[in-house]
Design a protein around this ligand. Structure first.
Ligand SMILES: Nc1ncnc2c1ncn2[C@@H]1O[C@H](COP(=O)(O)OP(=O)(O)O)[C@@H](O)[C@H]1O
Ligand SMILES: [Mg+2]
Length: 195
């Protein structure tokens, strides 16, 4: 029986079938495979030459594919099943495109500080929960890519994914997201602002 950290999405059994390594048995083995895949995905991201199309549905999907596609069949594709978190599967594409349009508007109109921009972009993306899994990791990388490469701003110190698994740190992160679910972004902004 696999255990998940608080706030992590359990996989449906049929989604587990999308695992490209049939012999993986433990969470630790799976984590290692995913970690390697993510490293390769980050290298791909840093090699991109044109960063002016990051707020684009195709790029958002491709990024998930590059981060998780060596491990999971369904990487880079929107989920087809309902989750206890996230919008209904038929609404994902529209919601993602609305968010990306809003983010472009926020940038064009300098609507928010760096911290609030990152808080709103990141929170809404994980709240939509476009993918079967990897939503948190994808949305952290995506938010940082927009900040760093598109806006030439400092990426968020989410801490590496090692320490986001640290219990208290992760609890703070999840608590900030839950407060943002109710429309209050302050904890999220604080989390992003901290050193
Ligand atoms: N209440 C919430 N509101 C918004 N996002 C949430 C909430 N709870 C959890 N999340 C997000 O969902 C992520 C877990 O989803 P999951 O697809 O399993 O991502 P990952 O596999 O990268 O951890 C968390 O890391 C967090 O970003
Ligand atoms: Mg997960």
């Amino acid at each position: 029986m696999v255990e998940y950290p608080e706030g992590a999405t359990p996989l449906d059994p049929d989604e587990m079938e999308g695992l490209k390594f049939p012999h993986v048995e433990t969470r630790i083995e799976l984590d290692q495979l995913e970690q390697q895949n993510i490293q390769d995905g980050l290298k791909w991201l840093s090699r991109q030459r044109s960063y002016n199309k990051l707020l684009n549905e195709g790029f958002l999907l491709e990024l998930h594919q590059k981060l998780f596609g060596a491990v999971w069949d369904w990487a880079g594709k929107y989920r087809r099943t309902g989750k206890n978190i996230g919008v209904g599967p038929v609404n994902i594409s529209t919601e993602v495109r609305n968010l990306l349009d809003d983010a472009k508007y926020w940038i064009d109109h300098q609507a928010y500080s760096r911290e609030e921009f990152a808080a709103r972009l990141h929170h809404r993306l994980v709240q939509i929960h476009p993918f079967s899994n990897g939503n948190g990791r994808h949305a952290r990388v995506f938010t940082d890519a927009v900040l760093e490469y598109q806006l030439s701003q400092k990426p968020v110190n989410w801490s590496t994914d090692e320490s986001i698994n640290d219990e208290t740190h992760r609890q703070n992160y999840i608590k900030a997201l839950r407060t943002a679910d109710d429309g209050d972004y302050q904890l999220m902004i604080d989390f992003i602002s901290r050193k």
